[in-house]
Ligand binder design. Structure first.
Ligand code: HEC
Ligand code: HEC
Length: 475
């Protein structure tokens, strides 16, 4: 395949804007809920409109010149750099919520909302679609650069916040990601176990010992994760690839348990979000499918795949077994299971208020043993695949020997045959001059990035694999 220079990719990544009016009602309801709960959202993502419109000052020369020549496109070009689709109506990224005049805060959709590829070449935004374009390293590095070089455009309260410096320094040893589209989400989640007592109160002695003047690092191995889609999540009794955390509103509040967030009173709000997530419809595959192949593919799937992935009714219902596959059987990368989340953290979650002090009907699993098969609703759209985003297409999930070890996705294209990302295998990370460019190349030799395992399709003939692929388009 022809080598595509990174710079061309970066500027052609997203459509400039996405039409807000095209969002399904269930998607819009989630956005409304997030807005209603803005005061508990992710404080570290606070941003002002003033800073937004000045961020271009710290951009690489070429992009800055493009914006200066094209001021009307400033917002769109700014957020394209961060892989954040912008809502045409509000001119804000979907991943942000207004908290006051000129003030924004990051919400869940920064990672759990993204553009779905469309055969007409016009991607469209959906809630629950994993954001495979997210570039949080650029986002935070630019913001730290703003605070240093142009502090007058930055909210002084944010820089003064006690956790700001610790978070900034922590990202030097725990980078937020090694690849565009995947995120080291757990690295900073040791917060609770590190700093709080079981009743979620900050312990000043621990804060002083572990955080003040220290980089944010609580001992979880940096582990890049591909956000799961929200289209099948409500069928799960336990969340995350290793299924360690029960699907309860309290457990979900773990991620909002930042200093200053009194999360306990937010249980009803989180319950509503959980209910709304269950109502989301997956993006539909709109090209014509071969109905004969789909029928035969369903039979093969139900014989070979359903014992882990469940069976799928035409009305969208799923009969899902909630079964964990031991790590030795699944054989995909094991870093996330071993040390991407620590036992100390799992135990804290279990025994604290978040885990109902260990008395929950579904207790936190402190020693998970493998990975749980994802629900496959809408899976055709959600490449790359596996928990670490190591495999570019479903075809390659089904053909382990053909999986590329080093690949660079072309995010302007989608492969509606193989179901997934188009890519070249010629660009090497070492040939690229900047860290940003290197993040566009997936390389299995990096920690947590292995692409082996999941060989269950090996027993199928080529024809059967082809039929299963056709069937997966319809889920
Ligand atoms: C910075 C990106 C990011 C943000 C922001 C974020 N998530 Fe996630 N989320 C992830 C990633 C990555 C995973 C997978 C984690 C893992 O592999 O263990 C995940 C997993 C989940 C899951 C588990 C789904 C499943 O099927 O196992 C749920 C539910 C979830 N997130 C809900 C939320 C909610 C609700 C919010 C906002 C309050 C939120 N997330 C904010 C990145 C994010
Ligand atoms: C023994 C259990 C098991 C069987 C059988 C199985 N899978 Fe999986 N599958 C898994 C697990 C576990 C994962 C998650 C692996 C990971 O992320 O590391 C997975 C992941 C996947 C994914 C990636 C999903 C995503 O969102 O990243 C696809 C696609 C998939 N399987 C399709 C199939 C098909 C098709 C079959 C039948 C040919 C099949 N699987 C058989 C357990 C199974």
């Amino acid at each position: 395949m022809k080598f595509t220079p990174f710079v061309a990719l970066a500027t052609a990544l997203l459509p400039l804007v996405t039409e807000a009016s095209s969002l399904p009602e269930a998607d819009q309801r989630i956005r409304n809920h997030l807005e209603a709960g803005h005061s508990v959202l992710l404080v570290i993502g606070d941003l002002t409109e003033t800073e937004t419109d000045n961020l271009y000052r710290v951009f690489p020369e070429k992009l800055r010149a493009e914006i200066e020549a094209n001021p009307a496109e400033k917002r769109n070009l700014t957020f394209r750099r961060y892989g954040m689709p912008v809502d045409a109506e509000t001119r804000m990224p979907y991943g942000f919520t207004k908290t006051g005049p000129g003030k924004w805060r990051a919400n869940c959709l920064i990672c759990h909302g993204g553009n779905v590829a469309s055969p007409d070449g016009k991607p469209f935004f959906r809630v629950g679609m994993p954001n495979r374009e997210i570039e949080l390293v650029n986002y935070f590095e630019d913001r730290f650069a703003m605070a240093k070089r142009f502090p007058k455009f930055v909210d002084a309260d944010l820089i003064r916040a006690p956790f700001y410096k610790s978070f900034r320094d922590g990202l030097k040893t725990q980078p937020l990601s090694e690849n565009r589209g995947t995120i080291n989400v757990w690295g900073s989640f040791g917060l609770e176990s590190g700093l709080r007592n079981l009743d979620l109160n900050l312990d000043p002695a621990r804060v002083a010992k572990l955080l003040v003047g220290k980089p944010f690092n609580f001992g979880m191995d940096p582990c890049d994760m591909d956000p799961p889609s929200w289209w099948g999540t409500s069928y799960r009794k336990y969340f995350y690839p290793d299924a360690f955390a029960p699907n309860t509103p309290r457990i979900m509040l773990q991620i909002l348990n930042w200093p200053g967030n009194a999360v306990k009173k937010w249980v009803p709000w989180m319950s509503d979000i959980v209910d709304e997530i269950a109502k989301l419809e997956p993006a539909k595959f709109t090209l014509v499918v071969n109905t004969g192949k789909v029928k035969r593919g369903e039979i093969v799937f139900n014989d070979t795949c359903a014992r882990c992935h469940g069976t799928y009714a035409p009305d969208g219902g799923v009969n899902y077994p909630n079964r964990i596959t031991p790590i030795a059987t699944i054989g995909t990368d094991d870093l996330r299971l071993k040390s991407g989340v620590t036992k100390v953290y799992r135990e804290y979650l279990k025994n604290s208020w978040l885990g109902e002090y260990g008395k929950s009907e579904l207790p936190v699993r402190t020693e998970p043993t493998g990975y749980q098969a994802p629900v496959l609703r809408g899976v055709w759209a959600t490449a790359p695949y596996f928990h670490n985003g190591s495999v570019p297409t479903i075809y390659h999930v089904l053909h382990p020997a053909e999986r590329p070890n080093v690949w660079q996705a072309d995010l302007t294209q989608y492969d509606f045959e193989k179901l997934g990302l188009k890519f070249n295998t010629t660009t090497q990370r070492s040939s690229l001059a900047t860290a940003e460019a290197r993040r566009t190349v997936y390389d299995v030799s990096l920690p947590g990035k292995k692409n082996g395992g999941h060989t269950f399709a090996e027993e199928l003939s080529e024809t059967e694999k082809d039929e299963v692929l056709e069937y997966l388009k319809t889920l």
